[in-house]
Design a protein around this ligand. Structure first.
Ligand SMILES: CC(C)(COP(=O)(O)OP(=O)(O)OC[C@H]1O[C@@H](n2cnc3c(N)ncnc32)[C@H](O)[C@@H]1OP(=O)(O)O)[C@@H](O)C(=O)NCCC(=O)NCCS
Length: 161
C-alpha cells in the first residue's frame, strides 16, 4: 500500500467512494446529495493537504486531508478527514492513512489534531481512540443517523508534541 500526496488527476478516483460514503449519510455532516464540484472543494480546497492510498495495482482506495482546524493564533491545531473505499475497508488502509497524516501533521508543525464531529456510532471511534485521541465532549442528539436515529457527535483530540 502506497500512501502519497494527491495530485490533481486523483480527484476523479476519489469521488466514487467519497460520494458513496457521504450519500450513505452515516459518518459525515455533509449533505448526502453534495454535488461533485462542491465535494471537490470540500476535500481538496486550497488550505488542504490531500493524500491518497494506492494499492499495488494503482487503484486509489482511500484518501485523507490535513488542514488547520482554526485560524490566527490557533492555526497550528490540525483537522483531518479520512475515507477508505467501502469495498476495501477493514484491511488496515484507514489506520495506515491516519498514521501517515499524524506524522505529516507533526512534520508541518501542528501541535494537536481535533476532529469536530465524529458520529458516536462510527466504528472509527475505536480507531481514533487506539491512536491516542480522547473524547473531549459530545454534542448530544446532533446527528440524524439513517439507522440509529439521533446520535451524538464527539469532539476528539490528540496532542502531537
Ligand atoms: C473509518 C475508515 C477510514 C477506516 O478505514 P479502514 O481501512 O476500514 O480501517 P482499518 O482497516 O485500518 O481499521 C482500523 C480500525 O478501525 C476500526 N474499524 C474500522 N472499521 C470497522 C468496522 N466496520 N467495525 C469495527 N471496527 C472498525 C477498528 O478499530 C480497526 O482496528 P484494527 O486496526 O485493530 O483492526 C473507513 O471505515 C471509512 O472510510 N469510513 C467512512 C468514512 C468515515 O467514517 N471516516 C471517518 C470519519 S470520523
Amino acid at each position: 500500500m502506497l500512501i502519497r500526496d494527491a495530485v490533481a488527476g486523483d480527484w476523479p478516483r476519489i469521488w466514487p467512494f467519497w460520494h458513496r460514503i457521504v450519500a450513505a449519510g452515516e459518518t459525515y455532516t455533509w449533505d448526502p446529495d453534495t454535488p461533485q464540484e462542491t465535494a471537490r472543494a470540500l476535500w481538496t480546497g486550497p488550505a488542504k493537504r490531500v493524500y491518497v492510498a494506492e494499492d499495488p495495482a494503482g487503484a486509489v482506495v482511500g484518501s485523507a486531508y490535513l488542514t488547520p482546524n482554526y485560524g490566527g493564533p490557533a492555526a497550528d491545531i490540525a483537522n483531518a478527514g479520512f475515507m477508505v473505499d467501502p469495498d476495501r475497508g477493514g484491511h488496515g488502509i484507514g489506520r495506515a492513512l491516519a498514521e501517515h497524516v499524524l506524522a505529516e501533521a507533526a512534520t508541518h508543525g501542528y501541535r494537536a489534531m481535533v476532529f469536530n464531529a465524529v458520529v458516536e456510532t462510527n466504528p472509527a471511534v475505536a480507531l481514533w481512540t487506539s491512536l491516542g485521541f480522547t473524547i473531549l465532549g459530545t454534542v448530544p442528539h446532533a446527528f440524524a443517523h439513517p439507522r440509529h436515529g439521533r446520535v451524538g457527535l464527539h469532539i476528539m483530540y490528540k496532542a502531537l508534541d
